[in-house]
Design a protein around this ligand. Structure first.
Ligand code: CUA
Length: 348
């Protein structure tokens, strides 16, 4: 028995370490891109406040119930020669108590939840409105003056930002956890969302409604810029700098037309590239990510994407219907990919 007493605290400690280590590991990583517990906007902070209220009520209930349970198990455990315990049926006072306390807790949770839901629903009149369209599997953003971008959505840091959410095909759901809560995007209806940024930076988002085979690859980045950086980015879409002239860029520019890319993609400054089936590629060379924020935008990843987009984003419309991917006779050669990469990177 003496040995057993020595072992039990150690075993308990071991169990605690096993349980707590992953929790501590999750807490320590402050750069988790999709964290829900590090709000960076007014709306996200209010949602987080609700989360904290519910969390601490849950902690209180857990400790209270488990303490009572342990107390009862130890205090009223069966001992040798115990007879049948006293038989009881019902206890009105206790039943009323354990009905009223949870009801009060639910009311305490419901009130701030309602307040937050109505707040989120009410887009401020002075919000800077951006039209969002979900596509399988990428995001299109149209600004008030008509500029269009895809997947990397810049917003200014100095005012409320509002979104009108629509879909080109099926259900999606728009979510940038550090900036705002999830909002479903439903065919045939326009939902709204808004938030006011608190800091500048890059914030990752993700489609959170299953929308087909590449749902998990339907990501985005929201980039909160200072007002001046935002204004210059936005005007850059209207007046892109002339592409650096190198033979590869010129060849890539021409290939972009001759290979049919222009049928689906728009690039500002080009009269021949006005397609709207695929993502708008204006200022693509400035983007930090590609393939709906699934890969860093660098030469290696862009080459891999142009070589075999199906491998990176299964089921995407380009690899399923663009002739260069469906007709082996038209497939891009490695040399052609090099020039297309040079051209796309020159779009700044
Ligand atoms: Cu779009 Cu999931």
């Amino acid at each position: 028995m003496a040995n057993l007493k020595n072992i039990r605290p150690k075993a308990l400690l071991g169990l605690l370490v096993i349980v707590l280590l992953p929790i501590l590991a999750a807490c320590s990583s402050t750069d988790n891109p999709l964290t829900t517990i590090s709000p960076k906007s007014d709306v996200a902070r209010d949602i987080h406040w609700n989360y904290q209220i519910i969390f601490w009520f849950a902690v209180f209930v857990f400790i209270f119930v488990e303490t009572l349970l342990l107390y009862a198990v130890i205090k009223f455990r069966r001992r040798p020669n115990d007879g049948i315990p006293k038989q009881v049926h019902g206890n009105t006072a206790m039943e009323i108590t354990w009905t009223i306390i949870p009801a009060l807790i639910l009311i305490a949770i419901a009130i701030p939840t309602w307040i937050t839901i109505f707040e989120i629903d009410d887009v401020p009149d002075d919000a800077y409105m951006i039209e969002i369209v979900g596509h399988q599997w990428w995001w299109e953003a149209t600004y008030p003056d008509g500029q269009v971008t895809a997947n990397e959505i810049h917003v200014p840091s100095d005012r409320p930002i509002g979104f009108n959410l629509n879909t080109a095909d099926v259900l999606h759901s728009f979510w940038v956890p550090q900036l705002f809560g999830k909002q479903d995007i439903i065919p045939g209806r326009t939902n709204t969302l808004w938030f006011t940024p608190e800091v500048e930076g890059r914030f990752f988002g993700q489609c959170v409604e299953f929308c087909g085979i590449s749902h998990a690859n339907m990501r985005l980045e929201m980039i909160v810029d200072s007002p001046t950086v935002f204004a210059s980015w936005l005007s850059g879409i209207d007046s892109p700098a002339p592409a650096a002239v190198s033979p590869a860029v010129v060849a890539g520019h021409d290939l972009f037309a001759s290979k049919g890319c222009v049928a689906c993609h728009t690039i500002s400054g080009r009269n021949d590239a006005v397609g709207i089936i695929g993502p708008n590629l204006s200022l693509f060379g400035e983007r930090l990510t590609l393939a709906s924020a699934t890969l860093d935008n660098n030469t290696e990843n862009l080459t891999a994407w142009l070589k075999d987009p199906e491998d990176i984003k299964p089921g995407n419309i380009m690899s399923e219907s663009a002739p260069i991917y469906t007709n082996p006779d038209l497939a891009l050669t490695n040399a052609e990919i090099v020039t297309l990469v040079a051209y796309l990177q020159s779009l700044k």
